[in-house]
Design a protein around this ligand. Structure first.
Ligand SMILES: [Zn+2]
Length: 215
């Protein structure tokens, strides 16, 4: 049985041929390389190598700039996975509060909803920055369907969240006044939850790609 690794996300496929598309990140089949074959050929090369190692010119490693070091550390320490806990954890709570407030008329939750949304908004720049750097560094900025949807969903989430905070700031009474506006506010918040859910779900697929493949 041959093994093929997706060069984008690291998913490992077992079979005679690579899959048409990566089931995790949707990369094309030409992004797959055969793991076993590559190991074999490198072993043969080493065995038949007649060139002494000293003849191989040493390529001096270019010192990494401060920014590159920081970016590597950030990817290594999974700072994106950590920072996304703020939108992924708080937005569902804010939306539950909002449903309780609008549908079941639980007053007193308005400020909690508002401050939760502000807290997430403040936490968004690190989420976006670490997400972008992780995408570039770890996945080579691959533009597969998965990444396109993930970026679109995250961008939509950021815009909607920003809009909701501005809306509640301009119209502080929106949730306490019975009107169509509060239902529109709820509808946009549900959309926000959906976009955050999509981005988070795809992120989870990427993170667990290797683990599920090796099971
Ligand atoms: Zn992949």
């Amino acid at each position: 049985m041959k093994q093929w690794e997706c060069s984008v996300c690291g998913y490992i496929h077992e079979g005679d041929e690579p899959p048409q598309n990566c089931p995790v990140c949707q990369a094309d089949r030409d992004k797959f390389f055969e793991i076993t074959a590559q190991e074999d050929s490198s072993a043969e090369e080493t065995a038949s190598a007649s060139v002494p190692p000293s003849d191989v010119p040493d390529v001096p490693l270019e010192p990494l700039s401060m920014g590159e070091k920081l970016a590597e550390l950030l990817v290594e320490k999974h700072l994106h996975a950590i920072s996304v806990h703020s939108p992924n954890g708080i937005i569902p709570v804010a939306v539950i509060f909002l449903v309780l407030n609008v549908v079941l008329k639980f007053s007193g939750l308005e400020n909690a909803i508002y401050y939760n949304m502000i807290a997430v908004l403040i936490g968004m720049p690190p989420v976006i920055a670490t997400g972008y750097i992780t995408w570039q560094k770890k996945y080579g900025g691959a533009k597969t369907t998965l990444f396109k949807i993930k970026i679109a969903a995250s961008s939509a989430a950021t815009v909607i969240l920003f809009g909701l905070v501005i809306w509640k700031t301009m119209q502080p009474e929106i949730l306490s006044t019975p009107s169509i506006d509060r239902w529109l506010f709820l509808m946009w918040s549900l959309l926000l939850l959906a976009t955050v859910g999509v981005a988070g779900h795809l992120g989870g697929q990427l993170v667990f790609a290797k683990k599920s493949a090796q099971e």
